[in-house]
Design a protein around this ligand. Structure first.
Ligand code: ADE
Length: 417
C-alpha cells in the first residue's frame, strides 16, 4: 500500500509528468526501446530518489522495461505530492513519499521500499543503501547491484567500499560526464536560483552573494548568480578550486571575511557545519542563509537556534531567527536543499541525461552484475558518450567526424615538429 499525501492530486501530477517528458527526449528513446525489449523483465527495483516529475518519467521507463519498481523519497522536503499521487493511482507504483515528513516517517518509507526485497537499489544520497546494510542485512543476499545519483552518496559508498562493508556493486551515476557536467553545474545553478527566488522574491542584482564550495554545483550557482547581477564571492578549502574561481573572475575570501558583508549565503560543499556560530555572530541584520548541498548539515542550525531569542516562520520557506542582539537572520527551506524544497529541482532537460544514465546503467547491471565485485564503478564510457550523442541529435545539432588522416595522426607518435 502506497503512503502518499493526497490521491486526488493524481490528475495534476500526471499532466506535469507529461510536460517534463516533452523535455526528456533521450530518456524517451530509452523508454521506447525498453518497452519493446523488456531488458529489466521481472527485476525488483527499489528507488530512493527525489519524487519529481523527472523521476516519474524514469520510473515509467523502468516499469516499461519490465521491472517491478517501488519508490521512496530521498529527502523529507523534496517530494512533489501530485507526482507521488499520479504514480500510485495511475501507474500502480508503490510510492512512499509525502512532502514534509519527519525523520521517523522518512525512514519508515525507506523501510517500506526495502520490504519489496529489491534485487537492485537506486539511491540519491545513500540513505537506502546504508539502511539496508545497517538494519536490513537479511535482504542483502537478494541484491545484485545498485546505482547512486549524487556526489554525497558516491562519497558515502566509496567509504563503505574502502571499509569493505559494501555488499554489492554500485554504479556511480554522478561520475558520468553527461551527469555532473550538466546536472550538477547547469541544473543546480538554475534550480538553486529558482528556489531562492521563489522563497524570497529577493533582488539579486547588486547583492553580495556568497557561494560556499566551488565544485560543479558551486560553479554553476556562481555563474548564474553573476548572470543575475550579483557580486559573487566564493569560499573554498581546496587551493586548486579556489584558484580556478579567482581566474573565473570571482572574488575568493574566507567565510569569516565574507560573513559581515554577505547578503545571501548558499552552501554546496557536501560537508558539515560550514556556516557556524562564528559566522552567524558577525552577519548583517537581514542576511539570508540557505543550502543546496544534499544533507541539511552544512548550516549549523543548532548554533543558530541557540543564538536566537525568537524563531518565526514569515513566508512559506522562510524562518526568521531574531538573535539576542536584535539582528535577524533568514533561513530558507529549513536548511534543506533549497532548489528541491522551495522550487522543483533541476529542469527536465538536464535530468534527461542523468536519468538516461540511470536507466542504461540498470540495463548494464542486469546484464553484467556477475562480472562485477563489491565496488563503486563508473558508468561505462560507451553509455556516457551515447547519451551525449543522443542529446545533441535531439537538439538537431550535428558535429564533425575525424577524417581517416586525422584519426591516424592522433594515434601516431611519429609526426612531430
Ligand atoms: N535532483 C535535482 N533535481 C532533480 C529533479 N528534478 N528530479 C529528481 N532529482 C533531482
Amino acid at each position: 500500500m502506497p503512503d502518499i499525501a493526497n490521491k486526488s492530486l493524481a490528475e495534476k501530477g500526471s499532466a506535469r509528468i507529461t510536460w517534463a517528458e516533452m523535455q526528456m527526449p533521450v530518456l524517451r528513446s530509452v523508454r521506447e526501446r525498453f518497452e519493446e525489449q523488456k531488458p529489466l523483465r521481472g527485476l525488483r527495483i527499489a528507488a530512493c530518489l527525489h519524487v519529481t516529475t523527472e523521476t516519474a518519467n524514469l520510473m515509467l521507463t523502468l516499469q516499461g522495461g519490465g521491472a517491478k519498481v517501488v519508490l521512496c523519497a530521498s529527502n523529507p522536503l523534496s517530494t512533489q505530492d501530485d507526482v507521488a499521487a499520479a504514480l500510485a493511482v495511475k501507474h500502480k507504483i508503490d510510492v512512499y513519499a509525502i512532502k514534509g515528513v519527519d525523520h521517523d516517517r522518512y525512514y519508515k518509507h525507506i523501510n517500506a521500499a526495502l520490504d519489496m526485497k529489491p534485487q537492485i537499489t537506486m539511491d540519491d544520497g545513500a540513505d537506502l543503501v546504508s539502511t539496508l546494510h545497517s538494519q536490513r542485512q537479511q535482504l542483502l543476499k537478494e541484491v545484485i547491484g545498485g546505482t547512486e545519483e549524487t556526489t554525497t552518496g558516491v562519497t558515502r559508498l566509496r567509504s563503505m567500499a574502502n571499509d569493505k562493508v559494501l555488499n554489492y556493486p554500485i554504479i556511480a551515476i554522478n561520475d558520468a560526464l553527461t551527469k555532473h557536467l550538466f546536472d550538477n553545474r547547469y541544473g543546480t545553478g538554475q534550480s538553486t536560483i529558482d528556489g531562492i527566488l521563489r522563497a524570497t522574491n529577493y533582488l539579486l542584482a547588486g547583492s553580495n552573494f556568497v557561494v560556499c564550495g566551488y565544485g560543479w554545483c558551486g560553479r554553476g550557482l556562481a555563474m548564474r548568480a553573476r548572470g543575475m547581477g550579483a557580486r559573487v564571492i566564493i569560499t573554498e578549502i581546496d587551493p586548486l578550486r579556489a584558484l580556478e574561481a579567482v581566474m573565473d573572475g570571482f572574488q575568493v575570501m574566507t567565510l569569516k571575511e565574507t560573513a559581515p558583508i554577505g547578503d545571501i549565503f548558499c552552501t554546496l560543499t557536501g560537508d558539515i557545519s560550514v556556516v557556524r556560530k562564528e559566522h552567524f555572530d558577525v552577519m548583517k541584520d537581514g542576511a539570508i542563509v540557505c543550502n543546496s548541498g544534499h544533507f541539511d548539515v552544512e548550516l549549523d542550525l543548532q548554533a543558530l537556534r541557540a543564538q536566537a531569542k525568537e524563531v518565526k516562520q514569515i513566508r512559506e520557506f522562510i524562518h526568521q531567527f531574531t538573535l539576542k542582539d536584535g539582528r535577524r537572520i533568514y533561513l530558507l527551506a529549513e536548511g534543506r536543499l533549497v532548489n528541491l524544497a522551495a522550487a522543483e529541482g533541476h529542469p527536465a532537460s538536464v535530468m534527461d541525461m542523468s536519468f538516461a544514465n540511470q536507466a542504461l546503467s540498470l540495463e548494464y547491471l542486469a546484464n553484467h552484475h556477475t562480472k562485477l565485485s563489491n565496488q563503486v564503478y563508473p558508468v561505462p564510457e560507451q553509455i556516457d558518450k551515447m547519451i551525449a550523442r543522443l542529446k545533441l541529435e535531439s537538439m538537431n545539432i550535428k558535429i564533425d567526424e575525424l577524417t581517416k588522416e586525422q584519426s591516424e595522426y592522433l594515434s601516431s607518435w611519429k609526426a612531430g615538429t
